[in-house]
Design a protein around this ligand. Structure first.
Ligand SMILES: NC(=O)C1=CN([C@@H]2O[C@H](COP(=O)(O)OP(=O)(O)OC[C@H]3O[C@@H](n4cnc5c(N)ncnc54)[C@H](OP(=O)(O)O)[C@@H]3O)[C@@H](O)[C@H]2O)C=CC1
Ligand SMILES: O=C(CO)COP(=O)(O)O
Ligand SMILES: [Zn+2]
Length: 334
């Protein structure tokens, strides 16, 4: 098994200005920058630039990109994911330059632009300019909290799969991942949030690295992500005009899945409430209404989530409609 983790991680104000130095250190000379319409303004480099929409709308032909020795993704989750995907298709290194902190794709070895998601090499470098990230829409920074609290239920689910199904499990990756989430939750609940963005970026980078070390998204993706993936599926199926973000959906999923874990383990008592409070404190959605979904969609997503992929979680063989409704009601999601 080959595990790749980033060689350079820079998290600081003005970090984007170090892209040139990082490229030099990595002996990379001709990058192609992938970005989005809202984030192009940050690409003040003398390199070729393309929008991710264009990359996604065409079949990638290696010969069209032969002159580039690496890909740099500058932007939100989709820009980063598209850059990572292109780098994978071309077999060149990927450098991640997030302009916000909405999910752990900024550092993970996962591409989720194509469903189902799949593992690739982790970014060779992460350049997170906190000056830019702090100015990004507040909603994206709230969503990031949802992707971090997910680690709590993801790890509980992973351990459950180990106990009930004998799945391969790594205690060190699990502890790393859940500690990242616990620390951020405690910080959020007990502070004035003045350092929130910095801590969030570090947590998301750590979460991506936990995935790389485990060589699986298990440390950061359990039943709460199954619920989020189910919502994405239903958005497509019913052509729903809902613009909820990945991290927002995962956060609401974590409230419900932690409640299910609590019911089986007294030691976890109060977990779901604590997670909900931490999401509220950063203004992340905690209800179907705030997410923008009708209650029926939330219930349907809960009933199909276990079928999304072959991953044993607290949902086990699935919830029926009645159980799903009860769960969403008892956690205040509907
Ligand atoms: N690989 C992985 O492990 C994971 C990957 N993902 C990926 O992430 C995507 C979701 O990412 P998410 O960030 O939530 O959503 P988007 O990438 O859709 O970004 C949301 C919006 O924020 C804008 N934006 C980003 N940064 C700034 C900024 N600094 N200033 C102003 N606007 C900004 C984007 O601009 P613009 O329109 O220019 O892009 C976009 O319009 C998923 O679709 C998936 O592809 C999600 C989870 C995990
Ligand atoms: O979003 C992710 C981790 O936060 C990726 O996980 P998946 O394996 O569920 O796509
Ligand atoms: Zn996620």
């Amino acid at each position: 098994m080959i595990i790749t983790t980033p060689r350079f991680t820079i998290i600081e104000d003005g970090a984007i200005n170090k892209l040139k130095d990082v490229l030099k250190k990595l002996n990379l000379k001709n990058p192609l920058v992938i970005t989005g319409k809202h984030t192009k303004k940050y690409c003040k480099f003398p390199y070729d630039i393309e929008y991710y929409d264009k990359i996604l709308s065409q079949t990638i032909k290696k010969q069209d990109y032969i002159q580039y020795d690496c890909i740099v993704g500058v932007g939100g989750g989709r820009a980063i994911d598209t850059g990572k995907y292109l780098a994978y298709k071309l077999g060149v290194p990927f450098i991640s330059v997030p302009t916000t902190a909405s999910n752990d794709g900024i550092a993970s070895p996962i591409v989720s632009i194509k469903k189902p998601s799949f593992m690739v090499e982790a970014p060779i470098a992460i350049i997170a300019d906190t000056e830019i990230i702090k100015k990004s829409p507040k909603r994206l920074l709230s969503a990031g909290m949802g992707d971090i609290v997910s680690n709590i239920t993801a790890v509980l689910d992973w351990k459950l799969a180990y106990k009930e199904k004998g799945e391969r499990y790594s205690e060190s990756s699990a502890i790393f991942s859940k500690t990242i989430a616990k620390e951020l939750i405690n910080y959020v609940l007990n502070s004035d949030l003045s350092e929130y963005t910095n801590k969030l970026v570090k947590a998301l980078v750590g979460s991506g690295i936990a995935i790389a070390i485990a060589n699986s998204s298990r440390p950061a993706s359990g039943s709460e992500h199954l619920f989020s993936h189910a919502l994405d599926m239903l958005k497509e199926k019913y052509n729903l005009n809902v613009n909820s973000l990945h991290g927002e959906q995962c956060g609401v999923g974590t409230i419900m899945m932690s409640y299910l874990h609590e019911k089986e383990n007294k030691k976890l008592s109060g977990l779901s409430t604590k997670i909900k409070e931490s999401l509220k404190k950063v203004n992340a959605p905690t209800t179907s209404k705030e997410l923008g979904f009708d209650e029926d969609i939330i219930i349907e997503a809960l009933t199909i989530a276990h079928k999304i992929r072959n991953r044993w979680t607290i949902l086990r063989d699935g919830l029926n409609r009645e159980e799903a409704k009860k769960l969403a009601e008892e956690t205040g999601v509907i």
